[in-house]
Write a new protein. Structure first.
Length: 202
């Protein structure tokens, strides 16, 4: 007589150890998701938009945006920032116009490489940007961000990307071209990167 044995694997992929340690768990997957504890296909993907023309001042971008971030200022205003391989645009949620806030960087010769990707972050009211091809860290401290991003004095260079933590540290990845390097600024102070007894930079 055939006996049906239920297989009840917990949702999610587990790769924190060896295959033996992952027994009874899903270890590999591709194009799947879990819904109510059951694994399902994500039903593939499709192009939503092949290009995007930004309204407002400045020439419309000729390439799709590949980076985006948003944040809420201390006064409650919501802002968003987007970037393609050569431009950065910024906008308040209540506005209909995107403003060109591109810092003085040289875009990569090939727009279709990972070097044309931006990473964005924010500390309080200040947004930050880093273009992988350039590696510098830039900030926008202008009133209502009405102007271009400018270089953060004393910040690491040749970075691969940036991010901020909930504890208000700005992190720089790949400083000086070392892909394993991780540096961080003093807490809530993106202008201090040299570790000292009086700060929390590292």
């Amino acid at each position: 007589m055939t006996k049906i044995v239920p297989i009840d694997l917990p949702p999610g992929l587990y790769r924190n150890g060896t295959e033996y340690e992952a027994k009874g768990r899903w270890r590999e997957g591709n194009m799947v998701r879990w819904h109510e504890g059951a694994m399902q296909p994500v039903n593939g993907n499709e192009t939503v938009r092949s290009s995007w023309t930004v309204p407002g001042p400045g020439a419309p971008p000729s390439y799709s945006f590949r980076s985006m971030d948003s944040w809420t200022r201390t006064n409650g205003d919501s802002w968003a920032i987007v970037g393609n391989y050569e431009k950065v645009y910024i906008r308040q949620d209540s506005q209909s116009t995107w403003r060109d806030a591109t810092p003085g960087v040289t875009p990569p010769a090939d727009a279709d490489t990972v070097d044309g990707s931006w990473t964005f972050a924010s500390l309080g009211d200040v947004p930050f940007a880093c273009l992988r091809a350039d590696g510098g860290i830039y900030e926008n401290v202008n009133t209502d961000y009405a102007g271009a991003f400018s270089a953060v004095s004393g910040a690491p260079t040749s970075c691969l990307g940036i991010f901020t933590s909930a504890e208000q540290f700005l992190f720089a990845l790949g400083d000086g071209g070392d892909g394993r390097s991780v540096r961080w600024s003093d807490r809530a102070d993106a202008g201090t990167w040299t570790a000292a007894a009086t700060n929390q930079a590292g």
